[in-house]
Write a protein of this length. Structure first.
Ligand SMILES: [Zn+2]
Length: 105
């Protein structure tokens, strides 16, 4: 596992400088919400997520899940993942930034 860049500025929002990593030839977009660290394989429309505070060692234990679309809010601080094309099953997340007041440090 190679971390390709560490360019995500705190509180910059998800869309302003997303962090990526390369895993077995696939480029994964890494997004941190308060509860989870999300790994999106945009090319294959699938993602994994791990509790944000978990060690990355557990990465390969997290199952891939297919998704249909990934939409960011206008401010780039939250996103919604649609798991099916009709958008009937949605997951949403809010970004964990430096000024975040959540208790999950
Ligand atoms: Zn947070």
């Amino acid at each position: 596992m190679i971390l390709a860049s560490e360019t995500l500025a705190p509180d910059a929002g998800f869309t302003a400088g997303a962090r990526t990593m390369t895993l077995a030839g696939s480029v994964l977009e890494v997004l941190e919400s308060c509860a989870y660290r999300w790994f999106f394989d945009r090319e294959r429309s699938r993602f994994r997520r791990l509790p944000r505070t978990a060690a990355l060692d557990g990465f390969s234990d997290a199952p891939w899940r297919d998704y249909s679309s990934l939409e960011f809010s206008n401010d780039g601080n939250s996103f919604v993942v649609a798991l099916d094309p009709h958008g009937t099953r949605l997951l949403s997340a809010t970004g964990h930034g430096e000024g975040c007041t959540c208790t999950k440090l």
